[in-house]
Design a protein around this ligand. Structure first.
Ligand code: PHE
Length: 336
C-alpha cells in the first residue's frame, strides 16, 4: 500500500511540474483531486482495511492529500501571475508622455510687445474704467450731441448716463484731469461696440490709446513716433501711408495704413483691392478737448492715436477672422 501511495505521489509531482496552462492544471485536478479522482478514491479504501490499521492509513492519506492540494495551489498562482504579465497592455519600455505647458494668449503677447515698444520711447502706461459715463466717452471728447456714435446702434448703454466705453480715448481725459503737461502716456484696455459679429468685427476688443501733450508738439513728431512703432513691430521694410480722416477729438486727423499682408500691395479681397490696410487712427488733440481739462490750448499742443490690438495682431500674422482670438481653440493658441 505504502509503495502504491509513493508511486501516486511521485506521478502527481511530475505531472504538476509539467503543467503550463490553466487547461492542463484543470485536467490534473480532475484526475487526482476531484470527487472520483485518484487521491479521493483512496479514502474509499479505508473501509476495507482492518480496524487497527485505519488510524495509521488515514494519517498517511491526509498527508498525501494536503501535499497535493498545496502543490496544486502553488502551481495555480504561478500560472495566474504568468498570464497577467503576458497579457498586460503596459509597455514599460515606452517613453513617458511629455507634459504640455500652456503659453500666454497671443493678444497678451501682442499687448506686451506694444507696451515695450512705447515704453522704450518714453511713454508711461495708464488704465481707466470699462464702465464709463457719457461725459468721458463722448462729451469731453468733443462729440456733438447728435453724433451717430451716441446712437444705441453703436453703443451699449447701461442707462442714460452710463455706458460700456466704445474706445480708450476717455482715458485721455482722465489722465489729463490728473496731470499737467508734459504728458506722454499709452492707455491699453477693453472696449465694447454694439456691432454684428463677423470675421472683421466683434462686440468687444482691446485698444491701445496714445497721448503726448507738451509745448510745441507737432504733427511731424506724431508721424515719426508712429512710423518708428510700426517698423519695430512689423519690420524695417514696412511700407506705410497716412490718409486724412476725421475724429471729433483731433484736428487734423489721419489714419495710418500699411501694405496688405495678403496681396503685398497688388490688391485683393481683404484690402478691397486698394493694396492697403488701416492700422490706426490719430491726430492733433482738438483745442476744445483741452478746454474740458483746463489745459491752455494757446500754450500746449499734443497728439493722440488709437489702435485695436486684435487688428494689429491679425495683420502681423495674416489671420483672416477676428473671432478665432476668442474661441480658445488650443490648436490655434499653441502656434504662438
Ligand atoms: N478712438 C478712436 C477709435 O476708436 C481712435 C483714435 C484715438 C483716433 C486717438 C484718434 C486719436 O477709432
Amino acid at each position: 500500500m505504502q509503495e502504491q501511495l509513493n508511486q501516486i505521489k511521485s506521478e502527481f509531482e511530475t505531472e504538476i511540474n509539467n503543467v503550463d496552462s490553466f487547461k492542463s492544471l484543470e485536467q490534473i485536478r480532475i484526475k487526482y483531486l476531484s470527487r472520483n479522482g485518484i487521491i479521493s478514491s483512496l479514502f474509499d479504501k479505508l473501509k476495507e482495511v482492518p480496524k487497527e490499521n485505519k488510524k495509521e492509513l488515514g494519517k498517511v492519506l491526509n498527508e498525501l492529500r494536503d501535499f497535493a492540494v498545496n502543490l496544486f495551489e502553488q502551481k495555480k498562482s504561478e500560472i495566474e501571475s504568468q498570464t497577467l504579465l503576458s497579457t498586460s497592455k503596459i509597455d514599460l519600455t515606452l517613453p513617458a508622455h511629455t507634459i504640455k505647458i500652456g503659453s500666454k494668449h497671443i493678444l497678451n503677447q501682442t499687448l506686451e510687445e506694444l507696451k515695450d515698444i512705447f515704453k522704450s520711447m518714453g511713454f508711461s502706461v495708464f488704465e481707466g474704467p470699462e464702465l464709463e459715463s457719457d461725459y468721458y466717452n463722448f462729451e469731453a471728447l468733443n462729440f456733438p450731441a447728435d453724433h451717430p456714435a451716441r446712437d444705441m446702434q453703436d453703443t451699449f448703454f447701461i442707462n442714460k448716463k452710463f455706458l460700456l466705453r466704445t474706445h480708450t480715448s476717455p482715458v485721455q481725459i482722465r489722465v489729463m484731469e490728473k496731470m499737467r503737461p508734459p504728458v506722454r502716456a499709452i492707455m491699453p484696455g477693453r472696449v465694447y461696440r454694439n456691432e454684428a459679429i463677423n470675421a472683421r468685427s466683434y462686440c468687444t476688443f482691446q485698444q491701445v490709446e496714445g497721448l503726448y501733450v507738451d509745448r510745441d508738439v507737432t504733427f511731424a513728431e506724431l508721424k515719426g513716433t508712429l512710423v518708428s512703432f510700426a517698423k519695430q513691430y512689423y519690420g524695417e521694410n514696412l511700407k506705410y501711408r497716412f490718409r486724412p480722416s476725421f475724429f471729433p477729438f483731433t484736428e487734423p486727423s489721419a489714419e495710418m495704413d500699411i501694405t496688405c499682408f495678403l496681396c503685398k500691395g497688388s490688391g485683393c479681397r481683404v484690402c478691397k483691392n486698394s493694396g492697403w490696410l488701416e492700422i490706426l487712427g490719430c491726430g492733433m488733440v482738438d483745442p476744445n478737448v483741452f478746454n474740458y481739462v483746463n489745459y491752455d490750448s494757446e500754450e500746449f499742443t499734443g497728439y493722440a492715436f488709437g489702435m485695436g490690438i486684435e487688428r494689429i495682431a491679425l495683420l502681423k500674422y495674416g489671420i483672416n477672422d477676428i473671432r478665432i482670438f476668442f474661441e480658445n481653440d488650443v490648436r490655434f493658441l499653441k502656434q504662438f
